[in-house]
Design a protein around this ligand. Sequence first.
Ligand SMILES: *Cc1c(COP(=O)(O)O)cnc(C)c1O
Length: 217
Amino acid sequence: MSLTDILARIRAAEAAHGRPEGSVTLIAVSKVQPPERVEAVLREGHRVFGENYVQEAAGKWPAWKDRFAGVELHMIGPLQTNKAKVAVDLFDAIHTVDRPSLAEKLARLADQRGACPRLFVQVNTGEEPQKAGVLPGETDAFVSMCRGLGLPVEGLMCIPPEDRDSTPHFATLATMAARNGLSGLSMGMSGDFEAAIAHGATHVRVGSAIFGARNYG
Ligand SMILES: *Cc1c(COP(=O)(O)O)cnc(C)c1O
């Protein structure tokens, strides 16, 4: 697939599900991709990218931000509290706010800097022990806590269990977001972004379908 194909599929899914054109943002997930593939997508004009690792992103994105105006970077991987300071300087949005200690750290950094990235709370909709995210039953309280700290929570994010139908997870996340008055829904990856759009995704995170398979070496 190419960037153009994916964008066309997103616009078609918006139209098919009565979503306004442009209401879904494509986050091109560039983690571990060879630099030439990422540069090709930058040259095609795309500006919204997602990364999973603070160190990797800090190593490659400052130079691209200098060369390509208007880059918007989204952190979509687990965030260690001791990397939060580097992360808030580098990222425009963080999709993986998932515990009180991280929320408190982000609030302190926001106070010091007078600014904070846009934030999404990650929900472990599948209640998988190995996966990050607050449990569905704890989400409302955690969102309230973040708001109490003055954090700009924009929405919810989920990574459904692999190899199963994602649809119920997308529906659950949408219900929880609506209940909490949150407009952002970060859900859908290469294999299921159209289903996510049908359920109200505002941000889809697509990697391999744009860049090709990842080689972790
Ligand atoms: C890697 C990753 C993606 C992209 O996955 P693809 O299947 O390559 O589209 C999306 N979201 C998160 C959280 C990821 O870690």
